[in-house]
Ligand binder design. Structure first.
Ligand code: NOJ
Ligand code: MG
Ligand code: MG
Length: 384
């Protein structure tokens, strides 16, 4: 539905917007500079995002419980966090593990050459799964940020077999605990210096079907990560949707050919963002619209909330544009004219063999995509 009135584009929990604690909590550190903002506590984040109309927050284990916390410290932190969730009605639909910050993971986690590191990574993940489930998560993301630094040390086939063993082990754990939890594998081509195994959503999809329990595992495509590989994000998402494997999604912005930028959703490529929103909305996809991005390094805390509010607002504006696209008579007329007749995919082979095609007409036909694209642009630019 097209929105109107003074509350148009004001996010509401039913829009299902979520943010990682690590996104709004990002202090602006980068390889060349120190943090520019003080840390924000998870409780402040939950309260503020609730005020802004978000549905929930997602977290890595260590976004909430610092490494090395004792069992009683952990329980106190989790209790207070749950209270903030209860006070605000915010949810934790997704959880994940930090398998990249600790120097122990310098050679990867599930694909480290050192079997002790691989075992520690699994131990850490089991604990993080318990935490996620305790907070209500039903999706568990695995992102292998350090898997694949150099080929000198290992045969990539062996590394992929270790990776498979790890995901199989985690699935077995979830089954043994009877948790209501599905895994979403997140691809990324590189993390600034090293390459990463299973670099795109397509690679992840192929890998999933080699697992012991493929039905428990889907993907978490991230816009920035596919764009880093120079790919069209909507195509990756469409493949996942079509396969019933879109379990989660990471929305942000990214220019092709750069390292990870994690820009505010829609801020660098509104047209690409529009077609993505169109895909998700036309598919009536019921998952979370999760933002995995962070504010410019120039910002103070109020800039962080501008960033968060802007991410959700842009999505809703684009959703409104989708409704306008779908209701625009000229656009719809052009779309209706595209199909030339009946499809041959299912006709008997003999019938197809004997069909006569007017090849001269097919070869000279124009598709009017310039007009269609321009109408889309005018809609996006606000003159239509
Ligand atoms: C941080 C990464 O930057 C992000 O892309 C990923 O989604 C989360 N961690 C989950 O591990
Ligand atoms: Mg991500
Ligand atoms: Mg990212």
């Amino acid at each position: 539905m097209m929105r109107g009135g003074k509350d148009a584009f004001r996010p509401r929990p039913e829009d299902h917007f979520t943010f990682g604690l690590w996104t709004v909590g990002n202090p602006g550190r980068d390889p060349f500079g120190e943090p520019v903002r003080p840390p924000l506590s998870p409780i402040v984040i939950v309260r503020k995002l609730a005020e802004l109309g978000a549905y929930g927050v997602n977290l890595h284990d260590n976004d909430l419980v610092p490494p090395g916390a004792s069992a009683s410290e952990r329980d106190k932190i989790v209790r207070e966090f749950k209270q903030a969730l209860a006070d605000t009605g915010m949810k934790v639909p997704m959880a994940t593990t930090n398998l990249f910050s600790d120097p122990a993971f310098r050679d990867g986690a599930f694909t480290s050459s050192d079997s002790r590191v691989r075992a520690y990574a699994l131990q850490k993940t089991l604990a993080a799964i318990d935490l996620g489930v305790e907070l209500g998560a039903t999706t568990y993301v695995c992102w292998g940020g350090r898997e694949g630094e150099t080929n000198a040390a290992k045969d990539p086939r062996t590394a992929l077999a270790w990776y498979r063993d790890a995901i199989n082990y985690l699935c077995e754990y979830v089954r043994s605990q009877r948790y209501d939890l599905r895994f979403a594998l997140e691809a990324k081509p590189n993390e600034p210096r090293g390459d990463i195994f299973l670099p795109t959503t397509g690679h992840m999809l192929a890998f999933i079907y080699t697992l012991d329990h493929p039905e428990m595992v889907g993907v978490n495509p991230e816009l920035a990560h596919e764009r880093m590989a120079g790919l069209d994000f909507s195509h990756a998402v469409a493949q996942a949707l079509e396969a019933g494997k879109l379990f989660h999604i990471d929305l942000n912005g990214q220019q092709v050919g750069r390292f990870d930028q994690d820009l505010r959703f829609g801020s660098d490529d509104p047209k690409g963002a529009f077609f993505l929103v169109k895909l998700l909305e036309d598919a009536k996809w019921s998952g979370m619209r999760h933002f995995d991005s962070h504010a410019y390094r120039t910002e103070d805390e109020s800039g962080v909330w501008d960033f968060a509010a802007g991410s959700m607002r842009t999505y809703l504006i684009l959703k409104d544009k989708v409704a306008r696209f779908n209701a625009d008579p000229e656009i719809q007329q052009l779309l209706a004219e595209l199909d030339g007749g009946k499809s041959s995919a299912r006709v008997p082979f003999s019938e197809l063999r004997n069909t006569k095609f007017d090849l001269a007409a097919l070869r000279s036909r124009g598709y009017a995509y310039e007009r269609l694209d321009q109408l889309t642009m005018e809609l996006l630019l606000g003159v239509r």
